[in-house]
Design a protein around this ligand. Structure first.
Ligand code: GRF
Length: 212
């Protein structure tokens, strides 16, 4: 069974989708720990509602960045995490955590990377850029996270999310978020089944296949 650690700053809807998929046995995985930098986050609330250990780790609990990095890495290790899922985590993970879980830290981005990604491209800004570019469709990406924003090898993408002429960034964000939930759960299921090998993707030995 794949043991998943989720790191999330805000609402935690991706976390909820993953918890639900695990609970219904749709995927052979279990969320063993949740970390958030935000004590008031929906992610921490959802974790506690579902009996998942939740830890608030941030610059207040650990003013020294290295100490925070070690604390995050240790909490993930203590809960025997196989794959770390970033979902709306607004910080960069520290070097120790990235090293200890090398090639096993995933992030979900609300667009089809490499387009509409990188520093500053998060939340509604992504959808504003997609609308400004006049895109007719958009999509979501799950990629291996590294020390740069929205960088790292693509693991899976889900194109085909319609952009409507009357969309606002908010209405588009809502439609894309639903697609994130599907892709993250699907991708974790394929990792759990062995169909996706993150090490091979990380070394470029294989590329992701678009969902049929
Ligand atoms: C969403 O805005 C998503 O696009 C991005 O971060 C946020 C995660 O939302 N990955 P949630 O906390 O999982 O609801």
């Amino acid at each position: 069974m794949l043991r998943v650690g989720v790191i999330s700053s805000h609402g935690g809807s991706n976390l909820q989708a993953i918890i639900d998929a695990c609970g219904s046995r749709r995927i052979d995985a279990r969320v063993t720990v949740v970390v958030s930098n935000n004590a008031g986050s929906g992610a921490i609330t959802r974790a506690r509602e579902h009996g998942v250990p939740g830890f608030v780790l941030n610059s207040k609990t650990h003013p020294d960045p290295d100490g925070l990095d070690i604390a995050i890495a240790d909490v993930l290790t203590d809960h025997a995490v196989d794959v770390v899922c970033l979902a709306g985590y607004m910080k960069l993970l520290g070097a120790r955590t990235l090293d200890r879980f090398r090639n096993h830290v995933l992030n979900v981005h609300p667009a089809l990377l490499p387009r509409f990604g990188g520093r500053g491209m998060y939340g509604l800004r992504v959808h504003e850029a997609v609308l400004a570019a006049g895109e007719k469709t958009t999509g979501v990406t799950v990629h291996i996270a590294d020390a740069s924003y929205d960088h790292g090898p693509v693991v899976a993408q889900r194109p085909g999310v319609p952009v409507r002429s009357d969309d606002t960034p908010e209405t588009l964000a809502e439609r894309v978020l639903a697609s994130e939930h599907v892709l993250y759960v699907e991708t974790l299921g394929r990792i759990a089944s062995g169909e996706i090998d993150l090490e091979r993707i990380a070394v470029g030995a294989t590329t992701y296949r678009e969902q049929p």
